[in-house]
Ligand binder design. Structure first.
Ligand code: FAD
Length: 432
């Protein structure tokens, strides 16, 4: 028999396509209460180096994603309850008050998110209610892997060899253009806060990307057009993948079906999504050492100096290297750098400034629109030479990169006069 009311807790799956929790709750309940909780510990917390856990770039993208999801849900006759607080308290209180029969959500694997879902689950048991967990972040379904997660190969090449040609990527679940009705309750869905609620100016609009499924899908189409017609190589979709506005399976099948793309492009693209899965599974296998100073190799000595002054110079785009400085300014204002720019600034911090990789990784966590714990800390560990997969650690030639990436020095001129607002970026005062 169908349960009367169940809660759909949106987390890093802010979309209506390929959403397993949404599909399952629709089969099990008579009415659905969709909820998103902005975790107050994430928007207000602090990371090493005196920086906030989430800067305005990431918060803005998240707020746009929530706004888009609510608009979409309203269009199809439902709504989205939005609160700021601790999810384990907010969801529990809603469940208790409205007698929900269960909570449906994506299972998260990283330490903070896991502890939140464990705390909620335990509290729900006291009400005789249950959590129902689903998945949807990876290209490959865990059940289709030829090895258990704990045995994920250390080397990406081995991982690729065991997956690329042997696993068929499942079809995405269809987009929901209908949803069970919003429950008839005396319940205010609540306002979606503005940036100023988190201490930033509402006038800030300098993101090159807009959060949400609609913007993500249109970026995907635009990129596919540009790649087909202008020979671009990157899709620039990582912010939507990381926030769950786009599912990797959905994107993969769109690329596969797109006429005019070469087989080589499709193969390279699939390998990038598999690399993303590899980082995710490595993070699941090694959740503690993913964030540890000594990295996967437990070698703290190899990792650089904990020099906060130098770290702040790098953040401020005041290293003295004009291309690196332009990238750092662009990063703080827009929350985005392409892959080669990320490599340039991370190698510079580690090799030229000899600063600890974990400070760099924390800063990327603060500002990157596409921040994903496994991809970010995994790529930083690779840069620091601490990865389990030791292949590919060659020093970079910064002059050559600047020349190749910015031959006319246009990018450098564009950012030359820009000042990174360190007063907004640092929770502790700095002389920079
Ligand atoms: C120091 C450092 C930190 C990084 N932090 C992140 C992060 O927090 N989140 C993140 O999504 N990517 C991260 N990356 C990887 C990569 O730079 C971005 O995924 C890429 O720039 C996204 O651009 P795109 O969407 O155009 O990618 P495309 O080249 O079009 O690739 C398609 C997708 O494949 C995935 N992908 C491609 N390369 C990588 C890679 N090296 N690692 C993991 N996934 C990859 C991304 O999801 C990407 O959207 C980091 C790289 C470095 C060097």
């Amino acid at each position: 028999m169908k349960k009367e009311l169940a809660i759909l807790w949106f987390r890093h799956d802010l979309r209506l396509h390929d959403n397993e929790a949404l599909k399952e709750i629709s089969a099990a309940a008579q009415t659905i209460l969709p909820v998103y909780v902005i975790d107050s510990r994430l928007v207000n917390g602090e990371l090493p180096g005196g920086i906030p856990r989430m800067y305005r770039t990431r918060i803005q993208f998240l707020l746009e994603s929530i706004r888009d999801l609510r608009r979409y849900l309203r269009e199809i006759g439902s709504d989205l309850v939005v609160r700021v607080g601790k999810p384990e308290d907010v969801i529990y209180n809603l469940s208790e008050k409205y007698g929900a029969a269960g909570v449906y959500c994506n299972r998260e694997r990283m330490p903070h998110e896991s502890s939140v879902q464990d705390a909620l689950e335990e509290r729900l048991w006291s009400l005789g209610q249950e959590m129902h967990y689903y998945r949807g972040k990876m290209l490959i379904h865990t059940a289709d892997l030829p090895f258990p997660v704990r045995r994920t190969p250390d080397k990406y090449a081995s991982f690729l060899k065991e997956t690329e040609h042997f696993i068929t990527v499942r079809d995405p679940l269809p987009s929901q253009d209908q949803i069970l009705p919003f429950p008839d309750l005396d319940l205010d869905p609540g306002p979606i806060p503005k940036l100023s609620a988190f201490g930033y100016d509402d006038a800030y609009t300098n993101l090159d990307f807009t959060g949400g499924q609609v913007a993500g899908e249109s970026q995907l189409m635009k990129s596919l057009y540009e790649i087909t017609n202008q020979g671009d190589e990157q899709l620039r979709i990582s912010p939507w993948l990381s926030n769950g506005n786009l599912s990797p399976k959905f994107v993969y099948h769109q690329v596969e079906a797109h006429e005019g793309l070469s087989n080589l492009f499709k193969q390279t693209f699939k390998r990038k999504l598999i690399l993303r899965d590899y980082y995710r599974l490595t993070g699941k296998k090694e959740p503690k050492t993913l964030f540890a100073k000594g990295g996967f190799q437990h070698k703290p000595g190899k990792a650089g100096n904990w020099d906060i002054g130098l770290f702040h110079q790098w953040v401020a785009g005041k290293t003295g290297h004009d291309y690196v400085d332009a990238c750092m300014k662009c990063l703080s204002e827009t929350g985005y750098l392409n892959h080669r720019q990320r490599k340039a600034v991370s190698y510079f911090l580690i090799d030229e400034m000899e600063v600890h990789w974990l400070l760099g990784a924390s800063y990327f966590q603060t500002v990157l629109l596409d921040y994903d714990p496994c991809s970010n800390y995994g790529n930083w560990q690779r840069t620091a030479g601490l990865s389990l997969d030791l292949k590919g650690r060659h020093p970079l030639n910064f002059e050559l990169i600047s020349e190749q990436m910015d031959p006319e020095e246009q990018f450098r001129s564009q950012w030359a006069a820009y000042e990174v607002p360190m007063d907004k970026l640092l929770l502790q005062k700095s002389d920079i």
